[in-house]
Design a binder for this molecule. Structure first.
Ligand code: 5AD
Ligand code: SF4
Length: 463
């Protein structure tokens, strides 16, 4: 069997895309390997969101080239491909910088992989290079193959691209304009995933709650879609990510009250706690608007926990702006969050802003923000000690005899338990919490607190 190595960078949409690439190439006789040295085809599925992620791609490419040379000495060919958002943004430039790369393709053209690969194999010795960074009229989704097995926790892309044009962000350029898959296609894919093993589905989209798919000539928003997904028997948990505050409409908020399978955890990036910076970021909402959404969600689902993305050191950010971000974090009380130093992305409006914040100020602000966020994360985790919560076990833990799973609130949960629990939801009594995870033992009494009681504190802290 020929071997395929795929390294995935960045967001969950890339994870979904990488899985689809593997499924597309399986009928051509490619099985996955985790060792680049074994790979006949090596794909880097890349991320362009911050400069660091991009630099990593080029250093990994250098390493892959060494592997390619070593394999060549053993008489073996290696096809090196760059897919994803760096490929989309840089196109031909990648081959100029790294001439040993054979194939460059964007996030919207990887359904053509089998064709591109066949072309390369046919051209053996002709030194062919393929670059395909189209935004094709046909949808890649119509060409994707459904997998024969699914992880118990599966991803399903329902929407792609973004029309919001936040001034710091390259996504509208790399992933293209916002587009939603039809309801039918999503329901079919979800049913299939459940049939082949999924119990949890995370709906994905760069702007997932801007979803507006068609169903019998009508337009459905994400809220409506969630109710239809909740009808699928065997689908025990539903999540969606990433959302924009402006697209949290009433139907979607109500869905959090009415759909028990919808997990009480929402990633709702705010980026900054300063109205001035939000405006400069073109986020199209103010801080109060965001807080109002948080409050409304807590009203309908008191135990809901939040996570967010933050950018520190956006051009023009002052100490007062930064202090307002810290204030917002205090008010919301996050279960978890991601925070980044602003990084200039070529071609974005903020990149040419005259007042870039010096690196050492960004470092300090990031540290202050993260200190607060980590405290909150630890307090959130600690609030579960003594509680019994349902955990979906989706993988083995780091240690022998240990399993890892997810709580309804996306916490990593470690338990010493037999493998028979893998792929199942079991009740776990939590006895220990750290900043990054919680742990405990399977609760054999099966007495489970209603999730609504597990983080009642969140309600009392409501802003
Ligand atoms: N610099 C730093 N962080 C960024 N993000 C997006 N673009 C940039 C940038 N230029 C962050 C945002 C976004 C997350 C996916 O990445 O916080 O929500
Ligand atoms: Fe980027 Fe803003 Fe679109 Fe999110 S909403 S993908 S941050 S442009």
């Amino acid at each position: 069997m020929k071997k395929l190595y795929i390294k995935t960078y960045g967001c969950q949409m890339n994870v979904y895309d990488s899985e689809k690439m593997a499924t597309l190439l399986a009928p051509l006789g490619y099985g996955l390997t985790e060792t680049p040295g074994e790979a006949d085809v090596a794909i880097l599925n890349t991320c362009h969101i911050r400069e660091k992620a991009e630099q990593k791609v080029f250093s990994d490419l250098g390493r892959l080239n060494m592997v390619k040379k070593e394999r060549e000495e053993g008489g073996k060919d290696t096809i090196i491909a760059v897919g994803g958002c760096v490929a989309q943004a840089e196109g031909e430039e990648i081959i100029k910088q790294a001439p040993y790369v054979n194939m460059v393709f964007g996030p919207q053209t990887y359904h053509r992989l089998p064709e591109m690969l066949a072309q390369l194999l046919r051209s053996k010795g002709q030194d062919l290079r393929i670059v395909d960074t189209d935004f094709p009229v046909e949808s890649k989704f119509d060409h994707l193959i459904q997998p024969e097995h699914s992880n118990v926790s599966a991803f399903l892309t329902i929407q792609e691209g973004c029309d919001k044009f936040c001034t710091f962000c390259c996504v509208p350029y790399t992933r293209g304009a916002e587009s939603s898959r039809p309801v039918d296609a999503i329901l079919k894919e979800a049913e299939h995933l459940v049939r082949v093993g999924a119990k949890e589905i995370t709906l994905l989209g760069q702007n997932v709650n801007a979803y507006h798919g068609s169903m019998n000539g009508k337009e459905w928003g994400l809220g409506r879609l969630l109710y239809a997904l909740a009808e699928i028997s065997g689908l025990e948990r539903i999540r969606y990510t990433t959302s924009h505050p402006r697209d949290m409409d009433d139907a979607l908020i109500l869905a959090h009250k009415e759909i028990p399978q919808l997990m009480p955890f929402l990633h709702l990036p705010v980026q900054s706690g300063s109205d001035r910076i939000l405006e400069a970021m073109n986020r199209k909402h103010k801080v109060d608007f965001y807080i109002d959404i948080i409050n409304r969600l807590r009203d309908v689902r008191p135990d809901i926990a939040f996570s967010s993305d933050f950018i520190v050191g956006f051009p023009g950010e002052t100490e007062a702006d930064h202090a307002q971000t810290l204030e917002l974090v205090e008010k919301v009380n996050y279960a978890q969050a991601y925070s980044f130093k602003y990084s200039i992305r070529p071609g974005t409006p903020a990149g040419i802003h005259e007042w870039q914040v010096p690196e050492e100020i960004k470092d300090r602000r990031l540290q202050e923000l993260q200190t607060l966020l980590f405290q909150q994360q630890k307090a959130f985790n600690t609030s579960f000690v003594g509680q019994v919560i349902p955990v979906l076990f989706d993988r083995e833990g780091r240690h022998e005899g240990q399993l890892m799973g997810r709580s309804p609130f996306m916490q990593s949960v470690y338990v010493a338990a037999s493998e028979r629990h893998l792929g199942a939801i079991a009740h776990v009594k939590i006895d220990k919490a750290t900043q990054n995870s919680i742990s405990g033992a399977i609760d054999t009494t099966e007495s489970v607190l209603s999730p609504a009681n597990t983080f009642a504190e969140a309600k009392s802290k409501a802003v």
